[in-house]
Design a protein. Structure first.
Length: 471
């Protein structure tokens, strides 16, 4: 039986991002995937500004920027005529919400391409994915986890992570339940197609022809960085959705001015019922749930993939600290403590966007999310300040150096503004300057995932916190 530090089940965005993060920390991890290759569809195509910051830290920003583009303005059609534009999000509200971030709007990249980029980065770092490895069960004890497969040898690891989607086999094997609801009983078709007769400057929207909306909407969006479009069509409850090429052509012709032959190719197609669900817990023993295995979102608002990647980003540094450093195993308890409330909040947000109760804007860019209530957030300052322990550490410059450049990498950073920086372990990078308005005066210990872990007016209490997290 082969052994490794971590087995990650699932080679979607969550599993690949976690694999990248662990690989750069020197953790021996293997990603296993039941399919013979990476997921081929565009499904989660929107990357929020906070996720762009994460991807920059993971070393794939240039590839992501080259592979994608901005979201187009919506164009509403009626009876073959253009009748008006529709913006998918409020650009001014988003700009204000992104504030200090280098990323001021969502970035469109088809999911299959995001996965290819993360996969290439994983291989570059010496990591690996084993395809055709379907996990069917596991056993765990005080020392580790044994993952069993439909074919091939078992894998033994110190920890395992279920990143195998909403129908997670690992979650079921653990007996962890999921609580949720169907947000919309109407099934939805989504397909990646090539289309003739539509420009690539707009997201083409075809409202239902009848007032009751009985025949459902149709939307055809150009996929940035490709020659394809993503087609989305809603159907009445109980409809058996035809995902064949002819079925896709038929719905496009019935709901728009396009002829069936204008859909020249269907590269991938699937159907789903919008639902939301949250796992009863995100950890059981030595096994962690992440991504869709822990929380299932509707596509509205573009939160699912983004929340999932940030699960990986939260868990990666903690596993790395425990496996390669001196951090106590209790640090891993904070993964569920921090990520479960975030996932629950994002589920409520996506449901609200789907129902038209929430506009895409400040709430969806994910920059304001944080961990103020976490046991890892310690603030010793006498006076309250806008930036608190648990908050995302703002970008900006300090003494002429960009802060997020300083943070980039698998290390902690001590930011000292207007005060002398105390001596800290070599593993902690230091950024010093006299003025940074977003921070104010004081000391700020920034975690490897870019959140303020500890803040103080003086160094009192810093040594104890460093010891607690293995530094």
């Amino acid at each position: 039986m082969r052994t490794t530090d971590v087995v990650i089940v699932g080679a979607g965005p969550t599993g690949l991002a976690l694999g990248v993060d662990l690989a750069r920390r020197g953790v021996d991890a293997v990603v296993v995937e039941k399919a013979d290759g990476l997921f081929p569809g565009s499904r989660g195509k929107g990357l929020q500004p906070r996720t762009m910051e994460v991807l920059e830290d993971l070393g794939v920003l240039d590839a992501i920027l080259a592979a994608g583009g901005r979201y187009p303005v919506g164009m509403i059609w009626r009876d073959g005529e253009r009748v008006g534009e529709h913006r998918m999000f409020d650009p001014e509200e988003v700009k204000e919400a992104t504030g200090d971030s280098a990323f001021t709007e969502p970035w469109m990249v088809p999911q299959w391409r995001t996965q290819k980029i993360l996969f290439a980065r994983l291989e570059e770092l010496g990591g690996r994915v084993e395809f055709g490895r379907e996990a069917v069960g596991l056993d765990q004890d005080e020392d580790g986890v044994t993952v069993r497969f439909a074919a091939g040898p078992d894998l033994r690891a110190r920890y395992a992570v279920a990143a195998d989607g909403g129908r997670s086999a690992v979650r079921r094997a653990l007996g962890v339940g999921m609580t949720g609801e169907t947000v919309d009983p109407n099934p939805v078709l989504v397909a990646d197609v090539t289309v003739g007769g539509l420009d690539r400057d707009h997201w083409h929207l075809f409202p239902p022809a009848t007032e009751d909306g009985g025949d459902g909407f149709l939307a055809i969006c150009p996929l940035a960085g490709t020659e394809e479009f993503q087609l989305v069509a809603q159907f009445p409850e109980g409809t058996a959705v035809d995902v064949s090429t002819e079925g896709v052509r038929k719905v496009a012709a019935a709901r728009s001015h396009l002829a069936p032959e204008d859909i020249t190719e269907v590269r991938w197609a699937s159907d789903f019922r919008p639902r939301m669900a949250l796992a009863d817990r995100f950890r059981q023993g030595r096994v962690f749930l992440a991504g869709d295995a822990a929380h299932v979102h509707t596509p509205a608002g573009g939160q699912g993939l983004n929340t999932s990647v940030q699960d990986a980003y939260n868990l990666g540094w903690k596993l790395g600290a425990v496996l390669t450093g001196n951090a106590p195993a209790a640090l891993l308890d904070t993964y569920e403590e921090e990520r479960c409330p975030i996932a629950a909040a994002m589920l409520g947000l996506t449901a609200g966007v789907h129902r038209g109760e929430v506009r895409r804007g400040a709430a969806t860019v994910q920059l304001s999310l944080g961990y103020r209530e976490s046991s890892l957030a310690q603030d010793t300052r006498a006076a309250r300040a806008p930036l608190r322990a648990g908050d995302r550490a703002p970008d900006g410059t300090l003494d002429g150096v960009r802060l997020h450049d300083t943070f980039r990498g698998p290390h902690w950073t001590l930011v000292a503004v207007g005060v002398a920086a105390p001596k800290v372990p070599d593993a902690v990078r230091i950024a010093v300057g006299e003025d940074q308005p977003a921070y104010g005066k004081g000391l700020f210990l920034v975690r490897p995932d870019g959140y303020v872990g500890w803040a103080g007016d003086t160094e009192a209490g810093l040594a104890g916190y460093l010891a607690r997290v293995g530094l």
